[in-house]
Ligand binder design. Structure first.
Ligand SMILES: [Fe+2]
Ligand SMILES: [Fe+2]
Length: 154
């Protein structure tokens, strides 16, 4: 039987958190760009929300970097690539996809933190998940769709 879930170790957990940190940097950059580039009366509400998201993503990055350092790792300094577009709907779809990925990863990370008995980290990641879910809902609402289920990453 194929087993996609390999047992978590502290080393693997640090690497995974650093992946999350790079995704948070991507979110900061994306939100800074999209919040200013979005044009059109229909999108001004979400543009304002994205400026708020940018600051929340920075808080997430600081929290995740704190966990990596606590675990004895070096927090990452690289962002995942950020897609840009001149088209409002495309921008929002890029951001929605990123939020989905982010949620799927944090869902897995909470389970891994608990497996390692790192309950305080699990708690911190849960509060980040609450924000990410709000981000997902705001983007889906702006796109006029139901919030998709991100599932859970391997
Ligand atoms: Fe975030
Ligand atoms: Fe987010």
């Amino acid at each position: 039987m194929p087993n996609t879930e390999t047992k978590i170790t502290r080393e693997k957990f640090i690497d995974a958190l650093n992946g999350d940190l790079s995704r948070e940097y991507q979110a900061i950059i994306g939100c800074v760009n999209y919040s200013q580039v979005l044009k059109g009366a229909a999108y001004m509400n979400i543009a304002g929300e994205l400026a708020v998201h940018a600051k929340e993503e920075l808080d997430h990055a600081l929290a995740v970097a704190n966990h990596v350092d606590y675990l004895g790792g070096m927090p990452s300094v690289t962002s995942l690539p950020v897609k840009t577009s001149e088209k409002a709907e495309e921008m929002l779809k890029f951001d929605l996809e990123n939020e989905k990925e982010t949620i799927a990863h944090y869902r897995r990370r909470v389970k891994q933190a608990e497996e390692l008995n790192e309950y305080a980290i699990a708690e911190s990641l849960r509060t980040i998940l609450v924000d990410e879910q709000d981000h997902l809902i705001a983007l889906a609402t702006a796109l006029g769709i139901d919030a998709p289920d991100p599932g859970i990453a391997n």
